[in-house]
Every structure is written in structure tokens, then in C-alpha cells.
Design a protein around this ligand. Structure first.
Ligand code: SAH
Ligand code: SF4
Length: 354
């Protein structure tokens, strides 16, 4: 298995391939010119190009499947070099807009949802990724490659910056070192130039690692998959809650360095007759007191074999309205790509069971 060059920070490449300016050129070819081979790197000496090609591949991912949803989001299945597969989703958040003369007002806005592991150790009761257990961590290059491949595949100009959410398969904080490296590689201005402010790490709430991430001072945004307001219910949904209960998560969030203009996002997966009642909404408001937060209500997305159900839209709206009426920012995540089974893990599952 060859190493992928996407695993390396610019500083590491500077040491491997002196003089220093070569690393910047290599970064430019890969992340801005979108080349597929080292041979296309014209300003790199031939000898270095063949050395690079001997030692490294560019992308560690192979696109094996792609599903386009009616709302414009696109779900990808990638094969890794050892044969395992992972999913990523390109979400179109806003279409491009033009004025009456046809001049571009703003470009389309995209967010890429990336995976951080093959499988997941956390074992949430409602999550399909959990069903296959944990296989392995993704390398930094396998994380970075998802965004690079998706930008290339959609001809998204290299200078168009996309947002990243670590909400694909896996628990990003269980792969903290590789995650941190990927965050740095993404943010390099000679590369994809995605500043940490535009990167959101979503976690099921490993309190100790939220603190560790905060101490790294990377400048990323934080999203907490809360889903329940009582420890009893949360333990049923997320077994890890026994070790890291709600109070410990809230404490870790309060210590987390948040950009002054940003908020911590709390994801609340709404499951019919499980957590969709107003009493829960009330408790949620209490929990969030003193935190600059935003709640994102997510429709549970059913899959074959689950007993959980999608909530009624009416219940969802009432839950949202209650939070709003108490001054808590709250959005309902439209089930982007529901027709392409966008809850992560679902495309992979289909492929494995074929
Ligand atoms: N492990 C991290 C990030 C990946 S999961 C975490 O749990 O936050 C990303 C999101 O997908 C989580 O908020 C999770 O609750 C949600 N999710 C999992 N299964 C789902 C389903 N069946 N329907 C809707 N959302 C789901
Ligand atoms: Fe892992 Fe997140 Fe799925 Fe829970 S919801 S099993 S933490 S991927």
C-alpha cells in the first residue's frame, strides 16, 4: 500500500523535499490545480517527480458510487486502499444567485460532510454506522481526500471555499490526532484554504476529549450530538453516556474556546414518541442556560430493521416553536438527501449487503 501525499502537512513536505519552496509548489498542484499525477507538476524537476511517484499516491480514495438527491445533495461511496468503504456527502446549502442582468451575485454555497473512521466504537442505538462495529481510524489523507475528490468531481473551482462538517461515519474525537492533522492540512492557505472557523466537529460527547480538542486551540466549531435531556434515556440511545454523562458534557462545552461570533451547535435527533415532547424541550432550555448555543433538530431517518420512527412534522414544529418562544435559536434540519438515504452509513450498508 503506497502512502498518500495527502497525509502530509506542508512543513513535513518541506523537510522531505527540500528546498523549502518545493512543498508550496506541490501543495499548489494538488489542492489548487487539482492534478491527478505527479508528472503534471511542471515546475518540479523530473527527478523529484519520479521520486514522488515512487513513494506516494495522490489520492488514497477511489470513487465507487455516487447518488444524486432531488435537493441537489450528492452522496459518495469511496473505497480505501485496503478495500474498506466510507461515505461522504456534498450538501448544496444555497444555489448561486444572479441579478436581472445575469451577473453573478454570489456563488453556490457548499458543505462537505466527511467521515472520520470506518465504523464507530460508540454504538448509538439509532445509528446505522454503529451496527457494523468499529473497523479502523481514517488517516489524515483519507479525511482530506474526501473533500479534494468531491471538489474535483463537481468542478468546484479551487478558490471556492467549502465548509466542512465532521458528521459522516465515525466519532471524530476517537481519532483526535488524525483529525487535528486533517484540520491543519485543510486550513493551509496554499492548499484548500478552509479556515478552522468553517470546520465543525460533531461529537457524541466524549467530555474529556472535548476538553483536549479545546486545549489544542485549533479554532474549530463544535457540535454536540445531545439527543436526550435525561441521563437515563441518553444511556439507552448512546451507551457511552454512562461514562460521560450530560453534566460532564455541558461542563466541557462551557470551557470550550468558541469564536466570539459563533455558537456551539447542539444536535437533537428527534425520534417519534421517544424525545419529541415539550417536557424535553423545557429541560433542554434549562441545560443550555448560559451557553451561546444553537439547536438543530434532526428528523430521525429510518432504515430497515430499526424500531425507531420518524417524528410527525407537527411535533417537530411545536418543539422548535417552543424553543424559539423562549429565545433559544433553533432550526430544523431539512432532511437533505432523504431520498438518497443521507443518514450516514446507509449507502455503505446497501453496498455491503449486495
Ligand atoms: N459521531 C459523531 C459524528 C457522526 S454522526 C456524532 O455522533 O456526532 C453525525 C450525526 O448523524 C449525529 O448527530 C447523529 O445523531 C446523526 N444520525 C445518526 N443516525 C441517524 C439517523 N438514523 N437519522 C438521522 N440522523 C442520524
Ligand atoms: Fe458513532 Fe455518531 Fe453513529 Fe453514534 S451517531 S454510532 S457516535 S457515528
Amino acid at each position: 500500500m503506497t502512502n498518500s501525499i495527502l497525509d502530509f502537512t506542508q512543513e513535513e513536505l518541506e523537510k522531505l523535499f527540500p528546498p523549502k519552496f518545493r512543498a508550496k509548489q506541490i501543495y499548489n498542484w494538488i489542492y489548487q490545480q487539482h492534478v491527478d499525477t505527479f508528472d503534471e507538476m511542471e515546475n518540479i524537476p523530473k527527478k523529484m517527480r519520479s521520486e514522488l511517484a515512487e513513494k506516494f499516491s495522490i489520492s488514497p480514495l477511489e470513487k465507487v458510487q455516487k447518488q444524486i438527491s432531488s435537493d441537489g445533495s450528492i452522496k459518495y461511496l469511496f473505497r480505501l486502499q485496503d478495500g474498506h468503504t466510507i461515505e461522504s456527502v456534498l450538501l448544496k446549502m444555497k444555489d448561486a444567485e444572479y441579478d436581472e442582468k445575469g451577473e453573478l451575485l454570489h456563488h453556490a454555497k457548499y458543505t462537505v460532510c466527511v467521515s472520520s473512521q470506518v465504523g464507530c466504537k460508540v454504538g448509538c442505538a439509532f445509528c446505522l454506522t454503529a451496527k457494523g462495529g468499529f473497523i479502523r481510524n481514517l488517516t489524515p489523507g483519507e479525511i482530506v481526500g474526501q473533500v479534494l475528490e468531491i471538489k474535483k468531481d463537481n468542478d468546484i473551482a479551487s478558490n471556492r471555499r467549502v465548509n466542512i462538517v465532521y458528521m459522516g461515519m465515525g466519532e471524530p474525537l476517537d481519532n483526535l490526532d488524525n483529525l487535528a492533522k486533517a484540520i491543519k492540512i485543510f486550513s493551509n492557505e496554499n492548499g484548500l484554504s478552509i479556515s478552522p472557523k468553517r470546520q465543525t466537529v460533531s461529537t457524541s460527547g466524549i467530555s474529556t476529549k472535548i476538553k483536549k480538542l479545546g486545549n489544542m486551540e485549533l479554532g474549530v466549531q463544535l457540535a454536540i450530538s445531545l439527543h436526550a435531556v435525561d441521563d437515563e434515556l441518553r444511556e439507552e440511545l448512546i451507551p457511552m453516556n454512562k461514562a460521560y454523562n450530560i453534566a460532564s458534557i455541558i461542563e466541557a462545552v462551557k470551557e470550550f474556546p468558541v469564536n466570539t461570533r459563533k455558537r456551539v451547535m447542539f444536535e437533537y435527533l428527534v425520534i417519534k414518541d421517544v424525545n419529541d415532547d415539550i417536557v424535553s424541550a423545557k429541560k433542554l432550555i434549562k441545560l443550555l442556560e448560559g451557553i451561546k448555543s444553537k439547536v438543530n433538530l434532526i428528523y430521525f431517518n429510518p432504515y430497515p430493521g430499526t424500531t425507531f420512527k420518524r417524528p410527525e412534522p407537527e411535533k417537530m414544529r411545536r418543539f422548535q416553536e417552543y424553543l424559539l418562544s423562549k429565545g433559544v435559536l433553533c432550526t430544523i434540519r431539512e432532511s437533505k438527501g432523504i431520498d438518497i438515504s443521507a443518514a450516514c452509513g446507509q449507502l455503505r450498508e446497501q453496498e455491503l449487503s449486495r
